[in-house]
Ligand binder design. Structure first.
Ligand code: AMP
Length: 788
């Protein structure tokens, strides 16, 4: 037996295959588990060798880490194996307090692999995604099915399995055909906009119940077959299957029919078959049953029992309750014991209770999985404290011994555990936990305020969190974390990544990180840049970027206003290559409104933009109105509705690139020879424009924003704005096209036109500004007076 302690990587795949070829069985160790737990498993399993690239917290000890010099003497190390040889050992939670190792033989897992290959037509065309951690048995088919079928194996980066957006990217990039989701992760995946429209051959669910509602939502979002598989680690991954296609109307979704060489048997307490349609204890028989629990004959004997109806054969007692429908399909009804599933992860509550007692800090305890909010199961430990009890110390003790998904989200200390009149534990009388928001500092910065609100929104709390509150202490788990990250992307237009939340789970820490990243990229590239500082009692003006995503071009206008007021330039988050391109102008406008309101702006909000910036300003005004925020000035500097562009031929990408020259302040018509990205970049870098001085990454950002603008505009459909639309028209331009301010009439409750004798590209220059600034000044002042 070879324990394998490697992160998901090509080396891991090679290690697993090598162990099997050399005649060994592999024991996958999860590097995310606490060292104490890993060490306990290594002690109990006693492998011949541990394959690792580091000793996690000293878990392996010296002997196991001694580098081995393998003799490569030319003889083939490949050993033939028999069906009854061990293939792998996977540890799972144990109710007695120790994890237990399930030993699975080759014939069991080979049956499962060959069945799947045949049932779903896996072959050379298949590209299977490996994303399940190796310590869970779903990973076994992910690792081997492509390789035994001539297909392709796509290995996800180590953390990607938790990150829906990263997964969607992987699936698209590698044209994945087959992949697995635990239903609750599937739910999170579908909720992410990145999942929309994904097309693959098969999505397999297993590990927990597949809700009918999720099946239906799946078929609205993703184009793929959906299959509900069922099975415990003790029977080589899955033993039954059900096609949950769009036409399947079953409620609940069945776990279906047995795979090859397998029996599903439903028995009563005394191991007699139940009447058809009746619920009973689900037992499994056939070739996929595990040999048993490693080095634990007692546990093996308890769960793997002689089949009373087929002498000489064995049955595995699953602990699941099930019934058979009239058509033969089996339906899962629940558990008959204290095993629970959280995000598909198998947890024996007894193991957590044993860990609580072993800490010496509690005299009695009971651990439950509560679902106080639908769809959110959380572990709660109730306990009667022992001498010297301390919540923080208990949490630390549990975290040292249990994987993080088994550490209770809340600990509730009681004087005594409630009992019923006959002295039994009264589970119903256990109070719902209160996740206390800390008494720490209140939130201050705009980013802190938004993060605090998003914490509350994600966790279903009425009150925003405080600056020192920790997402996970307040009841967050990694699924909710995915949701939070999505909201942060939506509201702040930034994506610090899921890992950042695990490192910095407090409001203030996370906000500081986001701000620092923004600043880092900043020096003029943040979403909001201050173009002018003015009277703080006057509402500021927000100027939305044109095609290039930058607002620098508004510097002249910003300083020409009188009375002087603070002017913010609003810039595209997509300038930062780390951020995704926006979904559309409406989504972008909504992100900008979030930023504007995050400054504490109460209204009237003055907003304007030149060219495409005017189109976005109009959408932002609609969004402000929708949110009940008063809009003061809404001005477009020579912008025209999307319809005018939709009918035009797609612009040449070179022309879009040449727009960079204009953004940098050059007249593109003077440089007809600059017709490639390289030539334009070289020209800009050699020049003295601010744009040319940008770092390479930022210039790339500008280019991607420029090239994306055309799509954004063409896909946009305007909504009417109920306030006044001010249109500053470049009266000398558009001689060859019918572009007139009146085109806005269908979307403007009131249209106010200011004509200036300039060309479109000249509007932000000093001469035009001398006319435009006063026109905007009077309109802003009038709007403010109206509000008073
Ligand atoms: P594991 O050993 O982690 O695969 O967990 C096996 C247990 O997960 C089963 O005994 C069931 O309780 C549960 N389970 C697995 N697949 C399903 C499914 N498709 N529907 C309902 N429960 C499932």
């Amino acid at each position: 037996m070879v324990a394998v302690a490697l992160p998901r990587s090509l080396e891991l795949v090679i290690a697993l295959i090598a162990v099997l070829r050399a005649g060994g069985a592999y024991l996958p160790l999860d590097l995310e588990h606490p060292p104490e737990r890993i060490a306990a498993i290594v002690r109990a399993a006693d492998p011949t060798v541990v394959l690792a690239d580091q000793d996690i917290g000293g878990a392996f000890g010296e002997a196991l880490l001694t580098p081995v010099d393998w003799p490569l003497d030319g003889a083939s190390p490949v050993v033939d194996q028999a069906g009854e040889d061990a293939a792998y050992v996977i540890y799972t939670s144990g109710s007695t307090g120790e994890p237990k190792g399930v030993l699975v033989e080759h014939r069991a897992i080979v049956n499962r692999l060959l069945w799947m290959q045949a049932e779903y037509g896996i072959g050379a065309h298949s590209r299977i995604l490996q994303k399940t951690p190796a310590a869970f048995d779903v990973s076994v088919w992910e690792f081997f099915l492509a390789l035994i079928s001539g297909g392709e194996l796509v290995v996800a980066p180590p953390d990607a399995h938790r990150d829906p957006a990263a997964l969607a990217g992987l699936i698209r990039r590698h044209a994945v055909t087959d992949l697995h989701f635990v239903p609750s992760m599937l739910s999170a995946f579908l909720a992410d906009p990145a999942a929309k429209g994904i097309t693959v051959a098969h999505v397999f669910c297993s590990g927990e119940e597949l809700p009918a509602e999720l099946r239906d939502r799946f078929h609205q979002t993703v184009k793929a077959e959906l299959h509900n598989l069922y099975g415990p680690t003790e029977a080589a991954v899955d033993v039954s299957y059900w096609a949950a296609g769009p036409e399947d109307r079953s409620r609940p979704v069945p776990i279906g029919r047995p795979v090859w060489n397998t029996r599903l048997v439903i028995l009563d307490e005394r191991l007699r078959p139940v009447a058809p349609g009746m619920g009973g204890h689900l037992h499994l028989g056939g070739v996929q049953l595990a040999r048993g629990y490693l080095n634990r004959p007692d546990l093996t004997e308890d769960r793997f029992i002689p089949d009373p109806h087929h002498p000489g054969q064995r049955l595995y007692r699953t602990g699941d309750v099930a019934r058979r429908r009239a058509d033969g399909a089996v339906v899962y009804l629940g558990r008959s014991d204290h095993q629970v599933k959280i995000r598909g992860l198998r947890i024996e509550l007894g193991e957590i209770e044993a860990a609580v007692i072993a800490s010496g800090l509690a005299r009695e305890t009971v651990v439950l999985a509560r679902e106080d909010r639908p769809g959110e199961r959380r572990l709660i430990a109730y306990l009667v404290p022992a001498e010297g009890y301390d919540t923080a110390a208990l949490k630390a003790a549990l975290a040292a011994r249990l994987p993080d998904y088994m550490v209770p989200a809340a600990i509730v200390a009681l004087d005594a555990l409630p009992t019923t009149s006959n002295g039994k534990l009264d589970r119903k009388a256990l109070p719902a936990p209160v996740f206390e928001a800390g008494a720490g500092r209140a939130v201050e910065t705009p980013t802190e305020k938004i993060i605090a609100e998003l914490f509350a929104e994600t966790l279903g709390r009425a009150e925003p969190a405080g600056a020192d509150d920790d997402f996970f202490t307040l009841g967050g788990d990694s699924l909710l974390a995915v949701h939070l990250m999505m909201l942060i992307r939506e509201r702040l237009g930034r994506d610090p990544g899921l890992g950042a939340l695990f490192d910095r789970p407090r409001v203030a820490e996370l906000a500081a990180l986001i701000d620092a990243e923004a600043l880092d990229f900043d020096n003029g590239l943040g979403v909001l840049i201050r173009l002018a500082e003015g009277d703080p009692t006057l509402p500021p003006l927000f100027l939305i970027h044109p095609a290039g995503g930058l607002s620098w071009g508004y510097r002249t206008l910003a300083r020409a206003l009188s009375p002087r007021r603070t002017v913010w330039g609003v810039q595209s988050p997509a300038l930062d290559p780390k951020n995704a391109l926006p979904d559309g102008i409406e989504a972008l406008a909504s992100v900008y409104v979030d930023h504007i309101l995050a400054l504490g702006t109460t209204g009237p909000v003055h907003i304007a933009g030149w060219s495409v910036g005017g189109v976005i300003a109009q959408a932002a005004a609609v969004e402000l109105e929708r949110r009940g925020v008063e809009v003061g000035l809404m001005a477009m500097l020579d912008s025209y509705p999307a319809e005018c562009w939709r009918a035009e031929p797609e612009p040449d990408p070179v022309d879009a690139l040449r727009a960079l020259l204009a953004i940098a302040g050059y007249d593109p018509t003077q440089y007809p020879e600059l017709r490639s990205r390289a030539a334009i970049l070289a020209f800009l870098k050699a020049g003295d424009s601010a744009l040319g001085g940008l770092p390479e990454a930022a210039l790339d950002g500008v280019i991607r924003v420029v090239l994306d603008t055309n799509r954004l505009v063409r896909e946009h459909h305007h909504q009417p704005f109920g306030g006044r639309t001010t249109h500053v028209c470049a009266a000398l331009d558009h001689k060859d096209r019918d572009l007139k301010p009146g085109l806005w009439r269908p979307y403007a409750a009131e249209l106010d036109v200011v004509e200036v004798p300039f060309l479109h590209p000249q509007l932000t220059g000093p001469a035009a500004t001398a006319l435009i600034a006063p026109a905007l000044d009077v309109r802003m002042t009038a709007a403010e007076e109206k509000m008073r």
